[in-house]
Ligand binder design. Sequence first.
Ligand SMILES: NC(=O)c1ccc[n+]([C@@H]2O[C@H](COP(=O)([O-])OP(=O)(O)OC[C@H]3O[C@@H](n4cnc5c(N)ncnc54)[C@H](OP(=O)(O)O)[C@@H]3O)[C@@H](O)[C@H]2O)c1
Length: 345
Amino acid sequence: MKVGIIGATGYGGIELYRILSNHPNVTRCNLYTSSDEGKPYVSVYPHLHDLCSDQLHPLEPERVKEENEVIFLATPSGVSANLTPKLIDDRVKIIDLSGDLRLKEAGQYEKWYKKTPAAEHVLNDAVYGLSEINRSKIKEAQIIANPGCYPTATLLGLAPIVQNQLVKPKTIIVDAKSGVSGAGRKPSIGTSFVELQDNLKIYKVHEHQHIPEIEQQLHEWDKEVQEITFSTHLIPMTRGIMATIYVELLEDWENKRLLDLYKQFYKDKPFVRVRDEGVFPSTKDVYGSNYCDIGLKFDPRTNRLTIVSVIDNLMKGAAGQAVQNFNIMFGIEETTALRFIPVYP
Ligand SMILES: NC(=O)c1ccc[n+]([C@@H]2O[C@H](COP(=O)([O-])OP(=O)(O)OC[C@H]3O[C@@H](n4cnc5c(N)ncnc54)[C@H](OP(=O)(O)O)[C@@H]3O)[C@@H](O)[C@H]2O)c1
């Protein structure tokens, strides 16, 4: 199959290239840029020396449609809302890594992203690509709204108890931390070495654009679950997300029963690994991989459950899950090109 990557010069783009260039069903990877056309890809990413002779092509929608069967968009918010309608074609499937197609209500997108939303028909057609949970819809989809990195970690951490309606409404608190590649390759003061190194920063308090995305999905699973408290921090590391989730349950649970519930829920899901009692994952456990690792412990003193969910933001949080969705969409074994041991240490 021929696949195209729009936004190939960014971190999501290079991660897609890393996976797709090793994918047995992919014969050609076409790379598109809005700013570096004609340049060899290796000039943008020197670690590809002797491994890649591809050039960056101009981003012309008609040409992109002609040249590919699948198009991955790894572009900043606001781009795919505008570009997707120009790329839609019966012969082409689209997987968007940005937040543009995730929120079903256009007004919510305007409110949280402060940008013009995608057309209604595009939002209606887009399937939310949380691979583990939405497999059957993903299989049939023409457009995938690939989930955000924080939402992936948070939703996989909460799915077993929210889908089983065990959660006391309004008690979900998510304390999340991300490595700096989550902010993309474009330089900014806030992500410069001097500002970040030896520092821990909270940002977008109660304003993060992933809040409505998480709430939308939780509400779909359990109508009683609505607002959450969600905070995000930048940690001086390259990759990784840890979401520490605190939640009250409707009844008392024993830890072992909860662990059994999680293990049962994820037993056929190869990329979610639930830890044994007393063991909690750290971000290094999933570095460079498509795994989401989960650990949990119920506190009978406070009647609160603590869940720790970790992912690699560029893999399970972006390119890895996008390829997992690509596999599901085309009936390819779900783990193809993604089943490898995380990088350690
Ligand atoms: N980084 C993560 O961990 C992560 C995780 C989940 C989701 N995402 C989402 O994935 C998307 C890409 O993120 P990223 O981290 O890869 O960002 P990035 O490193 O900043 O790369 C974005 C790329 O988009 C291209 N671009 C910029 N403006 C454009 C425009 N007006 N039209 C077309 N292309 C444009 C740029 O390439 P050219 O200049 O070459 O066109 C740029 O290299 C974002 O929406 C982000 O929210 C990122």
